[in-house]
Design a binder for this molecule. Structure first.
Ligand code: SF4
Length: 198
């Protein structure tokens, strides 16, 4: 979104001390540009990254707004790879994660000592945190997918049943997906129902 940056990583062209022209796009400008290229078939996806404007959260919020707008307002169906901003809050990372195909974080240098040499204002802890959040969210999604798969395989023929019983005692019972060959007996003082799934 921008080559402005409050950090001074010696390997990066956008570093604070570098004498280059700076520019920044607004959320709307990035969305409009992306959609213009996408509609003309110039691009199939978006790789979105940014220098750090004012703070990690300020920047991450703008990145999140771009991907949210693309998916929910513009119906952008292309691939989105988003670079998470180290130090950004968990809630912003999770919100952004709802709209992207991939999220990653730059470790920059494998050792903490090496990182201090080239980017003294950064540390690996601020990278590990978003990585842990991304990992947890992936595990959550995988768990939900497994649960959904198990739920679907309970009984393909069993349906959601609803009965409205008795003209006077209008009682409604909803039975969700009884297991194969299972029998449920529901009774009240007025009646007894026996349900056997197919
Ligand atoms: S934080 Fe990122 S954009 Fe900023 S100087 Fe370092 S590597 Fe470059």
């Amino acid at each position: 979104m921008t080559n402005y940056c409050i950090y001074d990583c010696s390997f990066c062209v956008s570093r604070r001390s570098n004498d280059v022209q700076r520019a920044a796009f607004s959320v709307k400008e990035v969305v409009d540009l992306t959609m213009n290229f996408y509609r003309r078939n110039y691009i199939e996806g978006l790789f979105l990254s940014s220098g750090i404007f004012k703070s990690a959260d300020y920047t991450m919020e703008r990145l999140m707004l771009v991907v949210k707008k693309l998916r929910t307002e513009e119906r952008f169906n292309g691939y989105i790879h988003l670079k998470a901003i180290p130090g950004a809050s968990e809630s912003l990372l999770k919100q952004a994660g709802l709209y992207v195909d991939r999220m990653s974080v730059n470790l920059e240098i494998p050792t903490e000592e090496g990182l201090k040499l080239v980017a003294p204002e950064k540390d690996h802890q601020s990278v590990r945190e978003p990585l842990a959040i991304i990992k947890n969210e992936i595990l959550n999604v995988q768990q939900h997918k497994r649960l959904l798969k198990n739920f679907r395989s309970l009984s393909p023929q069993a349906k959601v049943h609803r009965w409205s019983l008795g003209p006077h005692r209008r009682q409604t019972y909803r039975l969700c997906r009884p297991r194969m060959n299972s029998t449920k007996i529901i009774s009240s003082s007025a009646f007894t129902i026996q349900v056997t799934s197919p």
